[in-house]
Design a protein around this ligand. Structure first.
Ligand code: S3P
Length: 429
């Protein structure tokens, strides 16, 4: 399918609530399934990736009822899981693949996993390697680097692990496997990554100790089902933050957004670029910070984005790159080589897309250099099956001189099925 997107004639105003956080929604299903008793999740992200996690745990015999944004899980914990009779399909979802591998490593079953074309190209050795070290038997394509992968799990050895990549998925996979270990499993991160797994173990009455960047989880814990409200996804909110920042005379409030400090790099970077942002009503829900963000359009300038902020905004780099094309001066993004291992090689797809729309962007090995004050033009552009590239294109189309034709808009359903409705609700008529 293609979608014709017209430039905006007015501005963006009003309030919006974005769907539930993707990372937290995945983890709520995983920990609900590992726990004894009933778990009730509200504001669950009803997007394709999170549905893959639901299907994976249904294949393990867990009873999960979903009615839109409410999910009810009734489980007796991992001891009652059953061995699936069929391989499990993971679609496009890297988080399902990596976190599920951590769980399967500890189960006495043989289970095969496969994904779509994009997921089949994404590296799995980053989790396979520590899980093998813990004693799981894992075999996959190209020396277990890629899906399809099969796992024969069981009792595991607890380890201390220093991930070679800055990845919350790797950390989470090892911590999940650590629940099936024979002692304390420790992950020591060089740079802090999103800590929703840590928060959720606490929310499900589990034990976990966090000291600076060292996280330890004891094995043989009985997690207990709970009630959880998922905060709005800051990674989805970022598209409206950027839209309001760059379309003149705009003022938008995004309500009930997750403000976990390991995720708020986009707010810090927008502020450094000169955006006018106010965060109010900060409170905690299920161990996660939540609040409302109001942003107004302003004059923006280019900056250097590198170092510890990168893992705190890794999924927001496509949309921030678009914003940088509208700022004065040059924006340099460094230390972001991980972008190459996302749903697409996002360094390449950001550059291909923005260049096609008339911007001047140059790739580097670990980021990009973006020239500001570009006039963007209309074109037919592809999302390459990457939801965040699709939404970046849709936001870019607000300010192009001519119409933009977006090829494959359906890929946005992976993380934000109601994106176009929510965007149009903000466009002042
Ligand atoms: C995620 C972690 C990040 C992020 C992804 C979700 C998670 O990936 O890009 O969208 O839920 O743990 P990495 O851990 O590979 O950096």
């Amino acid at each position: 399918m293609v979608k014709k997107l017209l430039p905006i004639q007015t501005c963006l105003t009003g309030k919006v609530t974005v769907p539930g956080d993707k990372s937290i929604s995945h983890r709520a299903i995983i920990f609900g399934a590992l726990s004894k008793g009933r778990t009730t999740i509200t504001h669950f992200l009803d997007g394709e990736d999170c549905l893959r996690t639901i299907h994976a745990f249904e294949a393990l015999g867990v009873t999960i009822r979903q009615e839109g944004q409410q999910v009810i899980i009734d489980s007796q914990g991992a001891d009652n899981f059953i061995e699936p009779t069929q391989p499990i399909y993971l679609g496009n979802s890297g988080t399902t693949a990596r976190l599920l591998l951590g769980v399967l490593a500890g189960l006495p079953f043989h289970i095969a996993l496969y994904g779509d074309e994009s997921l089949t190209r994404r590296p799995m050795d980053r989790v396979v390697q520590p899980l093998k070290q813990m004693g799981a038997q894992i075999d996959g394509r190209e020396n277990s680097k890629y899906l399809p992968i099969s796992v024969r799990g069981g009792a595991l050895q607890s380890i201390a692990f220093i991930p070679p990549v800055k990845s919350a998925q790797v950390k989470s996979a090892v911590l999940l496997a650590g629940l099936f270990g024979n002692g304390n499993t420790t992950v020591i991160e060089s740079t802090k990554t999103r800590d929703h797994t840590e928060n959720m173990i606490k929310a499900f009455s589990g034990n976990i100790s966090v000291q600076d960047n060292s996280i330890s989880v004891p094995s043989n814990q009985q997690l207990i089902g709970t009630t959880l409200a998922v905060p709005g996804d800051i990674s989805s909110a970022a598209f409206f933050l950027v839209a309001a920042a760059m379309v003149p005379n705009s003022k938008v409030t995004i309500e009930d957004v997750g403000l976990n400090p390991t995720r708020t790099g986009v707010i810090d970077v927008l502020q450094q670029m000169g955006a006018s942002i106010e965060v109010v009503e900060e409170r905690y829900i299920g161990g996660e910070a939540v609040g409302s963000i109001t942003i107004s359009s302003s004059t923006l300038h280019g900056i250097e984005i590198s170092g510890e902020v990168i893992p705190r905004m890794i999924d927001e780099i496509p949309i921030v790159a678009l914003l940088a094309t509208q700022a004065t001066g040059t924006t340099i993004i460094r230390d972001a080589e991980e972008l190459r291992y996302k749903e697409t090689d996002r360094i390449q797809t950001i550059i291909d897309t923005l260049t096609k729309l008339g911007a001047t962007v140059e790739a580097t090995t670990d980021g990009m250099i973006i020239s500001g004050e570009s006039t963007l033009s209309g074109a037919q552009v592809e999302a390459f099956g990457d939801h965040r590239i699709g939404m970046m294109i849709a936001v870019a189309s607000l300010i192009t001189e001519e119409e933009v034709t977006l090829v494959d808009p359906e890929c946005i359903n992976i993380s934000y099925p109601t994106f176009f409705e929510d965007l149009s609700q903000l466009i002042t008529s």
